[in-house]
Design a protein around this ligand. Structure first.
Ligand code: HEC
Length: 105
């Protein structure tokens, strides 16, 4: 139970149910992003997503992905989508979960 205890703590700190599902869907190795990671989401987005979606998320090569454009997605389905999307694939499950929460705000 050690591993899942640790995952629970990370989930609580990241304050996201999607993180828990990310851990189910893929190997849960939360090592790169700090558990207080919502702040890091902006940085990940700038590095890995803004080139196609624009830094204000209004879209360029990729579509507008501001919250109003993502109403078809739950935070969970968004994290799942990112699991098979462009540069998001190289992120950890935890990073994708955090990014999904951040994108919905
Ligand atoms: C190389 C360009 C590129 C990069 C990098 C990229 N995207 Fe995308 N993204 C696209 C394109 C093109 C689409 C539309 C086609 C598709 O769904 O794949 C898209 C679609 C999406 C959608 C779905 C939008 C909708 O309305 O269904 C989301 C959410 C999204 N991207 C998020 C991200 C995030 C978060 C990152 C960074 C981790 C990222 N993308 C990186 C090009 C990119």
């Amino acid at each position: 139970m050690r591993g899942s205890d640790e995952a629970d703590i990370v989930v609580l700190k990241a304050n996201t149910a999607a993180a828990a599902l990310g851990c189910l869907a893929a190997a849960c190795t939360p090592e790169t992003v700090s558990p207080t990671g919502l702040a890091d989401a902006g940085l990940i987005f700038s590095n890995d997503c803004a080139s196609c979606h624009a830094s204000d998320r209004t879209g360029d090569h990729g579509p507008d992905i501001r919250p109003a454009s993502l109403t078809d997605y739950s935070q969970t389905s968004l994290a799942a989508f990112l699991g098979d999307h462009k540069t998001a694939k190289k992120l950890t499950a935890e990073q994708r979960a955090i990014l999904a929460e951040w994108l919905k705000r």
